[in-house]
Design a protein around this ligand. Structure first.
Ligand SMILES: [Mn+2]
Length: 401
């Protein structure tokens, strides 16, 4: 459980990065429709959570010259009857913010603060629909806030604080590492239980179900849609159907991460029962590449150099497996088509400037080899804390095979 001191510190750090007296306004996420009058489970905006710890939808935080306050969402009598009334004491205790205004009081105060300002700091809106990997609609809360801010003040410039928040969030504080470790420990239990399941006849959905049950029992949830993919399905990088039988002779790839107090783990393993020497050879090779990659990690190395070094390590491994003959980027990409690492934290693909790997970053290291023609897809992914002297594997206790 994160204490209010953590959120107070984060607000202070953000304000110190801006010129004195900056006016900052950040919104929570809104609830999203699932169907008709049902909603998806609420997940708070990571930046809003980082600054307040508050889980309420549509809440707004304002920071300015030693003044800080929350603006509560407009709530109808019906909403209060169904959702309960807001406990202001509890919100103050969680966030350390003691001034909590109703919707109209809060906006009256904001209107006074913004008068005559050249700049107002907030989070830029996401495009309505993004299609990086999977095409999906984004939460409208920021867009609606920006529209309101522009209506209220046409002359001031709205400046994006996402780059500053990334700079802060990419370096993990002790309590954040602890939250990630907790998420890893719960995920680890699921991986150990999976090995027992694989000893008898099982299915992808049965394996996923035991993670669901475990996470729910531990008051955690999934940080992302889990992948449980046996045989050739493991070569589909974002396979999420998870509904096919798993044979004793299959390799089964699992990519699962619990989320605890909004901090996520992100772990992959590839297990199987009666495996051929070729399957075992590929698993051992991926593990070897991973060990070599982790040994390369040092504060100060650039993400780009790290990726380049891993490409060579992976290239050598693919030559040994007789999959390629010349080590070129293109050849390596045929069997290892994704990135080796990403930042991990409040978001499973966490914010980061991706320039230099620094002390107290938490990153994944996830080499994989995918051979559809042999029905083999193997990925081994661990979560690594960058330390002064190198790397500490936070998920090392999960058996790799
Ligand atoms: Mn990952």
């Amino acid at each position: 459980m994160l204490k209010k001191e953590f959120f107070i510190r984060n607000r202070k750090n953000l304000q110190q990065k801006l010129e004195g007296g900056a006016l900052i306004i950040v919104t929570a996420q809104s609830l999203l429709q699932r169907s008709a009058d049902t909603t998806y489970p609420f997940r708070q905006d990571s930046n809003f959570f980082y600054l307040t710890g508050i889980e309420m939808p549509d809440c707004i935080v304002v920071l300015c010259e030693g003044e800080e306050f929350l603006i509560l969402p407009k709530r109808s009598e019906v909403e209060t009857i169904f959702g309960g009334s807001v406990n202001r004491d509890e919100i103050a205790k969680i966030s350390g913010i003691t001034t909590i205004y109703s919707y109209s009081e809060g906006w009256d105060r904001y209107k006074k603060l913004q008068l005559g300002r050249k700049k107002i700091y907030t989070l830029n809106q996401a495009p309505p629909k993004v299609s990086a990997i999977d095409s999906f609609f984004t939460n409208p809360a920021r867009r609606l806030l920006l529209q309101k801010l522009r209506r209220l003040n046409k002359s001031s410039e709205l400046t994006d604080i996402r780059p500053i928040l990334s700079q802060l969030r990419q370096i993990k504080q002790a309590e954040e590492v602890k939250a990630i470790q907790e998420a890893i420990n719960i995920t680890a239990e699921g991986f150990k239980a999976t090995r027992a399941l694989l000893d008898s006849s099982t299915s992808e959905n049965e394996i996923e179900a035991q993670f669901d049950s475990l996470f729910k029992t531990k008051c955690a949830r999934h940080g992302y849609q889990p992948i449980v993919a046996a045989a050739e399905r493991a070569c589909v990088l974002h396979y999420v159907r998870n509904d096919q039988p798993v044979k004793a002779t299959d390799l089964c790839l699992l990519d699962v991460g619990a989320e605890v107090t909004n901090y996520s783990a992100d772990i992959s393993r590839t297990y199987g029962k009666d495996l051929s020497s070729r399957q075992l050879e590929v698993v051992a090779t991926v593990k070897q590449v991973q060990d070599e990659a982790i040994a390369v990690l040092q504060p100060g190395i650039t993400w780009k150099d790290f990726a380049k070094q891993v490409e060579l390590l992976m290239g050598n491994a693919l030559v040994e497996l007789h999959l390629i003959t010349d080590i070129t980027t293109e050849a390596v990409h045929t069997y290892f088509p994704h990135a080796i690492s990403h930042s991990l934290g409040l978001d499973v693909h966490d914010v980061c400037d991706y320039k230099v790997i620094q002390e107290n970053m938490v990153i994944t290291v996830e080499p994989g080899i995918y051979i559809p023609e042999e029905q083999i897809g193997v990925r081994i992914e661990d979560n690594i804390l960058i330390t002064k002297n190198g790397a500490k594997n936070l998920s090392a206790e999960i058996p790799y095979r």
